[in-house]
Design a protein around this ligand. Structure first.
Ligand SMILES: Nc1ncnc2c1ncn2[C@@H]1O[C@H](COP(=O)(O)OP(=O)(O)OP(=O)(O)O)[C@@H](O)[C@H]1O
Ligand SMILES: [Mg+2]
Length: 381
């Protein structure tokens, strides 16, 4: 391995000699001490060292020299060898030069002239130690980054494989569902038990279809593959549409679903399809977790900055502990579906990500036994 070099610069030959001798005595054979009598000489030497790939932990330069001054020289060295630590020797307290060198040459230390031997040794040894420690740290980070990148690639590959597998479940599932529906409706003289079993197969395959759809959605969100196209739209018709779609489901549980708003239009910056999905999730939850015979209120409000949609139910409500977990993945909390509906625990996780993608906010306000209100806040522009 090539021996690291310490470059010393001073225009006075005697000073340079004594600097070189002292450093050779202090550092032994582990480092070469290269003297330079001017800034230009030093730059030439350093360029050659760098070209040869030789380590240059420290450069020590006098300040007052003809031609290039010490602070300027160290600045130029810092530009071509940014890791090298620079030390300035000053004959008099030259605050301005030190200040400049600190700012533009990343000065490690300055040593007043005439220097004290112990001060010089200590400063140079510390600088060398610091240079190699920084280098080791940098190599460690580079290795770490490489490992992280490798693991991320592996994870992405696994994710892609999984999403292909999940996606391919859709076709056989549709076939199972289709054949069971045929058993239910296309044949005469089928025993009652078989019809019941076919019913269960249809229900189970619908649930599984729902899970597959949610898993694919989560995967699309996490790999940044959802397309979001934000436009200023009147969100009232979209919300009205979702409410209309859910009325039948609510009626089956004797739940009333009321849509209340004062204005004709509520313009906000949204993606229509994403918004529909968000409202559908929250309103279907309200129906799913409300006991029979209750009311659900859907309201729209607006001010200068936001349109707010509130979905209020009269269900069990959520404890503070449950509220904290609400938007996580696979969270099934204390409230259970009241009509035997299916639950995968992904709906609100998806809702949160989708609302984030429209730069909106979603949260819930609830007290145990007092029902729950979900609030979606969307930006006006
Ligand atoms: N309006 C609500 N009232 C009471 N609890 C609720 C309400 N909405 C959600 N929860 C609770 O939060 C949990 C998570 O809801 P989320 O919508 O994420 O999943 P899910 O409804 O269980 O399944 P799915 O993925 O089919 O939506 C639910 O299991 C339920 O315990
Ligand atoms: Mg849900």
């Amino acid at each position: 391995m090539k021996i690291p070099v310490i470059v010393c610069v001073d225009d006075e030959r005697t000073v340079l000699n004594s600097l070189q001798t002292e450093l050779m005595n202090a550092l032994g054979d582990d480092y070469l001490i290269e003297p330079a009598e001017s800034g230009l000489d030093a730059l030439e030497i350093i360029e050659e060292l760098l070209e040869d790939g030789i380590e240059l932990p420290v450069v020590i330069s006098d300040q007052i020299m003809p031609g290039i001054k010490g602070d300027e020289l160290l600045t130029r060295i810092h530009a071509i060898a940014p890791k090298t630590l620079t030390i300035l020797l000053t004959g008099q307290a030259d605050a301005e030069a030190i200040g400049k060198a600190v700012n533009s040459a990343n000065l490690y230390r300055y040593i007043p002239k005439p220097w004290e031997s112990t001060d010089l040794h200590l400063t140079v040894t510390e600088a060398i130690k610091s240079y190699f420690q920084d280098k080791e740290l940098e190599q460690f980070y580079a290795r770490l980054q490489e490992k992280v990148a490798e693991h991320t690639r592996e994870l992405q590959q696994k994710n892609e494989l999984l999403s292909i597998a999940v996606h391919d479940l859709k076709n056989p599932l549709s076939a199972i569902q289709g054949f069971s529906e045929m058993i239910q409706s296309d044949f005469d003289d089928i025993p009652e038990e078989v019809i019941e079993i076919a019913d269960q197969i249809v229900t189970s395959s619908r649930q599984m279809f729902e899970l597959v759809k949610n898993l694919l959605e989560v995967n699309a969100i996490e790999s940044g593959k959802i397309n979001v196209s934000l436009n200023v739209l009147d969100i009232r018709p979209t919300l009205q549409w979702v409410v209309n779609q859910s009325i039948e489901m609510a009626k089956a549980k004797n739940i009333t679903l009321q849509f209340q708003c004062l204005e004709k239009h509520y313009h906000a910056l949204v993606d229509k399809n994403i918004l529909r999905q968000v409202f559908d999730n929250i309103i279907s939850n309200a129906v799913k977790y409300s006991p029979y015979g209750k009311h659900i209120y859907v309201r729209l409000r607006q001010d200068d900055k936001y349109v707010r949609c509130e979905i209020q139910d009269e269900g069990l409500g959520l404890s503070l502990e449950d509220q904290q977990k609400l938007f996580g993945q696979f969270t099934r909390l204390t409230p259970k579906p009241t009509g035997g509906e299916h639950s995968t625990g992904l709906g609100l996780f998806i809702v949160k990500k989708l609302v984030d993608s429209m730069h909106g906010k979603v949260w819930c306000e609830s007290e145990l036994g007092q029902g729950t209100t979900f609030i979606v806040e969307l930006k006006v522009a």
